[in-house]
Every structure is written in C-alpha cells, then in structure tokens.
Design a protein around this ligand. Structure first.
Ligand code: DPP
Ligand code: ZN
Length: 853
C-alpha cells in the first residue's frame, strides 16, 4: 500500500466552481445526484475519488456517457474527454444503513448523518475530494416528512416544498466556497432549541440545536456556551460570524468529538448534552471548550482552510490554541494550563517515543485518519503558543489578522501562516519554522553559576532532540524559555524570557542581590523536557513560592518524579521527606485561594506521566510505588485530610470556577481517605450525600481504587439508577473498566452483554475498552499479557466494523520498545497476528506495519 507524501503535492488539475447535490434518502438505497461545474486549471486528467459507491450514470454536458467514455476503479472515476469547462452529472447509490464506519453518509438510530473529514466525501459521490478544491454548494434533500421532519445542510435554507407523495424537498445554499470535507447533511426527528445572537457587526444570527427527543433541557448549557464563544472571538480577535444561521446537531454515533461543517456542526452528543444530575464538572468544561473549538474553526479552518492534509495543524493546532485561550478566560488559566500540559507530557511525549512519531506537519501518510493526533493538535497548539510568547499578544493578534485577511477564501499552508505572522510583526521566524518539520521531544539541560562578589548569574542552556522512529537527524530549535528568579532575602522576584536558538547558549544577569532560585520553564513555555538537579527542598520551595501557579504544580511533579526515581533505583518504597509532609499539611489546613490548584498540588503524577521518563518502563515498580505512596500519605496526613474534607461544605450544585475547585479539593481528600480505617464508611456516606455527578463518580472511583467492601454495592446502585441515560452509563462502564483487580476481565465481558452496549457505537466501545487500556495500567499491563491480548482481540473485531475506531484503540499496543523483554514479546506476537489478518483496514495496516520490528 502506497503512502502519500507532502513533497509530491500538485495543484488540482480541475477546479469545481459549483457543486449541486440532490439526496433522495433511503435506508439502503439513497440516490445522490451530483452536478459539478468544472474548470480546467492545467493540462492533465479529470480523475475523481470515490469509494464504496454504486455508480448509476454519468452525464457530461447533457449527454449520458457510454462505458467507453469513462473508467472506474475501486477508488476512482476518470472522465476521458472532459474538455476545459463543462458540467458533469454523476448519479450514485449508497447504503447508509450498512455504513458502520461512520464515514460518508450513515444512518444510526433513525438519524441520517454525514462525516466527511478527512476523506469521507468520496463515499457520497465521485469528487476531487481534497481540501484545495473549493466550490459553492447547493444541497437538495428529499425524504419522508413523517419519519424525517428535519432536513439540514450547510448555509441558508432557500426553499422547502411538500411533494405529493408524502415527501418533503428542502434546498440549502451555502454562499461560501468550501472544500468537500466541510459538507454536511443531517436528517431526522429531533427536539429543537433555538435562540438568537446579534454579532458585533450587527448581524442577527439564528442559533439552533437539534438533539434527541426528550433531551432539550440538557442542551441549554451548550447554547449558552456557544454565545460566550461567539462573543469571545469578537472581543479577543475581532472575528464575527458570517451566516444568518448556526446549527448544531447532537448524535450518539460519532467517531470524533465534533465536526465544524460550515453552518452545521455535528457533535458527539456527549459534548452537547448536560444537566446537573448527569454531567460532571469535566463534562461541562469539555462541552464549553469543544463548542468553542468548532465555532472558532469558522474562521480558522473554514474561511481559511488547508491546502492539503499534511497541513492539518494549520487549522487544528491554531484552533486548539484558540479554544484553550477561550477556556482560560472562562475559568482558571492555571488549571487550563496544567490540563494542557498533562496531555503533552502523557500522550504527546508518548507519541514522540512511539513508532507513529511525526512532526506537527507530517510528511508521509497512508490513512489520513491516523493523523488526527495529539502531536498535530496539542503540540500544534503549543507551537502556536510559542509564537504568541515570542511575538507578544498584540503581535500575535496582528499576525492572525494579517493571515485571515490575506488568505480569506483560500486553501493554504503552515508556511503561509508563519509568513503572515512574520510580515505583520517584522519578527524573523525563519528558524522557528523547524518546529513544523522536526518531530520528537527536545530535551533541555541547564547549568547555573553565580558569582557572589559581582552578583552575576550565568545560565547555560543546552538542547538536544533524540532521534525518533521517523527521523534520525535533529537540528536545534528556537525555544522560548520563561524563567523566574526567586530570592530568599525578600527581594522582588524577576521574570525573564530566554530565547534559546542554538545547541548551547549562555544568558547573563547582573546585579542580583543574592543567588536566586531559578524557576525554569514557567507556564511550560515550550513543549520540551527540562531537567534540573534540584534537591527536594528547592523543589518544595518553588512549589510554595513561585508566583506562577503552573510553576508551583510543576515543581511538585518534578519532586515526585525525583522521589519515585530514587525509589525505583533502590527497589524500595519512597521515603517521604518531612518537608513534604509539612507542605501537604499546610495546604490542607490553609488551602490556597485557588482550591483547584491546591488539589493539583496534592495529586501524584499518574502512571503515564512517570513512565515518560523511563526506557524501559519499570511497570510493576511504578504501579506499586504509586499505590504505596498514596497509602503512606493517607496514613501520615489523616487528621489534616479529615479536617480539610470536613471543612469544605458542599453547596447546591453550580458549575462555577470556585465550586469546581471546592469539589476537586474535597474529592482529592476523599481519594486519600478511602485508604484509611474509616474509608469505607466515608466513601459510602459521600456517595449517598452527593448531589451531583462529580461527587458521585469521585466516590465510585475512590471505592474501587481502595477496594472497599461496599464498592460493588455502590456500583450496582449507580447502574440501576442511571440505566436510562447512555452518557451516564458510559461513566459506569469507565469505572468498571478501571477496576485494577483480576475480576475486571469478567466484568468487561458482562458489560458487552449490557443492553446499552453496542459494538457499533464508538462511545460505548471507548467507554469500555478505551478506559481499560488507558485508565487501568495494572490490568492492561499485566505481566502475563492478558490485558494486551484482550485489547488485540477487541481491535480485530472492531476493525471489521469501524476502522477509524480500531486504529485509535490500538495505540497503546504499538510502543512495545518501551517495555521490558517479557512484555515486548507479548506485544510483538500480538502485532504479528494483527499484521497477518487478511482484511486489515488501511488505518490499522499503517499503524501495525510501522510498529513491527
Ligand atoms: N472535528 C475535528 C475537530 O474539530 C476535526 N476537524 O478537531
Ligand atoms: Zn478542530
């Protein structure tokens, strides 16, 4: 199978100016008539992409073509003598009911829905299915009006007529030229919430949410979040919405979180529906941020789109950055930063260390769906953040304005983006561009030298990026390193930005009152690993005194990393220094004003974060140490934990920054208290008294983690009460799958027989097996390989149903090099078995083959 390469990019031979689509919806035989007005751009063939289509007829300029005038393969349609301009009419037949891959047009739970990014449109009709072909779309939908009262597509509704046969015909027109991946069609019966929004430019926009029947009350939060996002983009970047209608449809069958189709977003319903009895604080957070993300794409993605899919980070890195800024403004900037950094340090660093390592702008792709990754998205957002750090907020805003103005209506590259940033600010970004082409996690080391006589501090920074699976040679990068200098004598702290742009570099500071304590990489100013040789006292001093909340948390992370590394080396349990217990006591007795930050300061790094520092990963030692350390802490801090827990009184549920922090801290205390003698009683009481989903889930997780006797009873009660809500059942599945004991295997088996479970629904499969592989390190990484074998079996089964989902699930099996010999053998054997399957999808093929030795 042949991958595509960025280096082979060629501009399209034909453009399409107008795309007219007529859909006659039918569960097993939907007829699509596509009328394409084409125009030659350069010499060459008229070759259209298509997959799994039944071609009924091709007509060129009103003449039906004979079989000799076109050629068809499993993936394409070529028209032999198209001329330079003309109109092509193509009629295809689709089977939406059988489409379990959820790409193209599919029918699930009575709703017709499309997903076209990245290359799903070719499953609807033959088309130049690439993002640099932009056309004006007109879409006609014809369907039975009793079964499918709502017929939706992009843009403005121009006509609706009742046909005599009980069907309705609706016509939509989207005035903005767009690539095929932004096309959407939805047909179904929904509850419908609407509102209006007046933009800063005076446009009155109709906002509409379409949700499953009975769920209307659960869509108000998302509607309010949408209005906040619209206002925020006007205020922060001067960007206003550009159509008279903005629609969001929520469906339960969806491969991604959501999709930014022009004027008609399609959302995974778990990122729309929420109310106080069913949603956690995290759910509310995610809904607001994803509603924002898809809305922000209207400018960064839709108005200016990608030239080719290698440029995906052009829209995704930028839009993740924008949604992170939005969330930071809506809630706690510190917590937002901590959460973003956790993603980088766990998943993204792991991807760099995996066979799938790639730069934020990949150079070679077999299945594009495999490149919707934490590297492209989250590291991509870090690269944008570094630009903002280098250029300043005002410079960055000017750069973005220049980019959008210069390229409005175009399909462009990451280079075009950086060029606009450079032109708007005059800042030379030539060397910075390397972040787009170089993969891997840069490693920084630092040396500090202080001359007490002159008060001169010399900092020496060195950078080096280890080779990755895709790229051996690495060059120095431009790395912004924010630091803070703390002084013991009470002198004011100083903040500086160091710009490291060669392998080794020195920075000097004069006239310092005394030797400072240097806080490195404040705010995680670059996506790198930075190691210091601070002792535990210095780290605890930073954790208590740094002015940046993120830096305080980061010092605690380094502290744990150090303590645990020592313990692993000595095959012993960690020794908890008295200074640590003092700091913890202090935070418990007098929490910081930011309770959520306090909770984070009291939280141990998780298994994946720690694992990133080892090769090979000492799985058993790390798991054991984490468990034992939690117990040591609960024992040593019992009175303070209890005091803090009791002092935090639970108000009526309200999703607000302050209350989220309060619950976070209280539940962190509960997590430790679960391990103490009274733990069972306390966890049960917490569950029974809980007035919200966040507290209920905290109780369930604590019960299971500490293995209290009542855990099973509480879980059964929870399942029984929430049978009717699939999203809450997903949470139940999550907890069951995270059970760190042997019994999890039987429990998982039982879950798949549960009435709400379906192998065809990605949310359900992820809730069970995604949670098992990502949140249950003890059982997933079992020495005997049983956890790995289970996931391989699931991946095999799912690949036949939904390849995209299978390829996402397989990720934790790919990085066999990171484990000990025994685990390596188990993983390689399973990967070989997968590779030998006869019908492997491109999605899995690419990952399995990259990973095999
Ligand atoms: N729907 C995905 C996202 O918004 C892909 N564009 O990131
Ligand atoms: Zn996106």
């Amino acid at each position: 199978r042949q991958p595509k390469r960025l280096a082979d990019y060629q501009a399209p031979i034909f453009s399409i100016t107008h795309t007219d689509l007529v859909f006659e919806l039918d569960a097993t035989a939907t007829r699509v008539t596509a009328t394409l007005t084409f125009k030659r751009q350069q010499p060459g063939r008229l070759l259209l992409e298509g997959q799994q289509l039944k071609l009924e007829r091709v007509r060129l300029n009103d003449r039906v073509l004979t079989a000799a005038e076109f050629a068809q393969t499993a993936e394409s349609l070529e028209i032999f003598a198209p001329g330079d301009t003309g109109v092509l009419e193509i009629v295809t037949l689709l089977n939406p009911e059988q489409n379990t891959a959820l790409e193209g047009l599919y029918l699930a739970e009575g709703v017709y829905c499309t997903q076209c990014e990245a290359e799903g449109f070719r499953r609807i009709t033959y088309y130049p299915d690439r993002p640099d072909v932009l056309a004006v779309f007109t879409t006609t939908i014809i369907a039975n009006r009793n079964e499918l009262p709502f017929l939706l597509s992009n843009g403005n509704k121009v006509r609706e007529s009742r046909l005599p046969d009980g069907r309705t015909e609706v016509v939509w027109h989207d005035p903005y030229p767009k690539p095929s991946y932004l096309f959407a069609l939805v047909a179904g019966d929904f509850d419908h919430l609407h509102d209006t929004y007046v933009t800063s430019t005076g446009r009155e926009v109709l906002l509409e949410f379409f949700v499953q029947k009975g769920a209307l009350a659960r869509s108000h939060f998302a509607m309010a979040a949408l209005k906040r996002a619209m206002r925020w983009d006007e205020q922060r970047f001067g960007l206003a919405y550009d159509l008279d209608r903005y629609m969001v449809v929520a469906v339960d069958f969806f491969n991604m979180g959501a999709m930014e189709n022009k004027g008609l977003n399609v959302f995974n319903s778990k990122f729309v529906l929420a109310d106080d009895t069913s949603a956690t604080d995290t759910d509310y957070f995610n809904i607001e941020s994803i509603i924002g993300h898809e809305y922000f794409h209207n400018w960064t993605g839709n108005r200016v789109t990608c030239r080719d899919w290698f440029q995906l980070s052009l829209k995704e890195g930028l839009t993740v950055f924008r949604d992170q800024e939005f969330s930071a403004d809506m809630g706690s900037p510190t917590l937002n930063r901590i959460d973003a950094v956790k993603v980088i340090r766990t998943a993204q660093f792991a991807e760099d260390a995996s066979p799938m390592a790639h730069p934020i702008r990949p150079e070679q792709v077999l299945e594009m769906n495999n490149f919707y990754t934490v590297t492209v998205y989250d590291k991509g957002a870090e690269v944008i953040r570094m630009l903002q750090t280098l250029l300043g907020k005002a410079g960055f805003n000017a750069g973005l304005a220049c980019y959008l103005q210069r390229h409005d209506g175009q399909a462009v590259t990451c280079d075009d983006f950086v060029q606009a940033m450079q032109d708007a600010t005059g800042y030379d970004l030539q060397a910075f561009r390397r972040w787009y082409s170089q993969s891997g996690t840069p490693e920084l080391s630092v040396k500090e030298q202080f001359d007490a006589a002159t008060g001169k501090l010399t900092l020496t920074l060195a950078q080096q990026t280890p080779a990755t699976a895709d790229q051996q040679e690495k060059l120095p990068l431009v790395i912004p390193v924010k630091i803070e200098l703390l002084f013991h004598d009470g002198s004011a702290a100083q903040q500086h930005l160091l710009i490291l742009d060669s392998s080794v570099q020195q920075f000097q500071f004069d006239n310092l009152p005394q030797a400072p304590l240097v806080v490195w990489l404040e705010d995680f100013s670059a996506p790198v690993k930075l190691s210091t040789d601070y002792d535990v006292e210095q780290l605890l001093a930073i954790a208590s005194r740094a002015s940046n909340g993120f830096a305080r948390w980061d010092a605690m992370q380094q502290f744990w990393h150090k303590i645990i590394k020592d313990a692993v080396q000595q095959s012993a349990l960690p020794v908890l220094p008295e200074a640590l217990l003092t700091a913890f006591r202090q935070w418990l007795i007098t929490p910081l004003a930011d309770l959520a930050l306090t909770a984070e300061l009291l939280t141990l790094p998780d298994f994946d974060t720690l694992a990133a520092h080892y090769a090979p990963i000492p799985v058993d030692a790390l798991l054991n140490i984490l468990q034992e350390t939690t117990q040591l802490l609960s024992k040593a801090l019992l009175p303070e934990l209890l005091g803090c827990y009791q002092q935090l009184t639970t108000p009526a549920y309200h999703y607000s920054e302050a209350d989220v922090g309060l619950r976070a801290l209280k539940n962190r205390c509960l997590h430790y208290l679960a391990f103490t003698a009274e733990g069972a009683k306390r966890v049960t009481a917490h569950y029974q008294a809980a007035n919200n989903m966040t507290d209920i889930l905290a109780a369930l997780h604590a019960a299971q983690h500490a293995n209290i006797a009542q855990a099973g009873e509480l879980m059964a009660d929870f399942a029984k009460r929430n049978e009717a809500n699939v999203h809450v059942m997903d949470k139940y599945f999550n907890v069951v799958a995270a059970n760190p004991r042997d019994s999890v295997f039987d429990a998982l088996e039982k879950l798949t027989a549960h009435p709400v479970f379906s192998w065809k629904n990605p949310n359900r499969v992820r809730a069970v097996y995604g949670a098992f592989s990502q949140r249950n390190a003890p059982q997933f990484h079992r020495k005997d390989g049983k956890g790995y074998a289970l996931l391989a079996e699931v991946v095999t089964k799912v690949d036949a149903i939904n390849p995209q989902l299978a390829a996402r699930l397989i990720t934790p099996l790919l990085s066999w090099q990171r484990y000990d010999d025994g685990r390596q053998q188990q993983l390689i054997m399973l990967l070989r078995e997968l590779a030998s399957l006869p019908m492997l999808s491109d999605d899995l093929y690419e990952k399995v083959h990259k990973s095999l030795p």
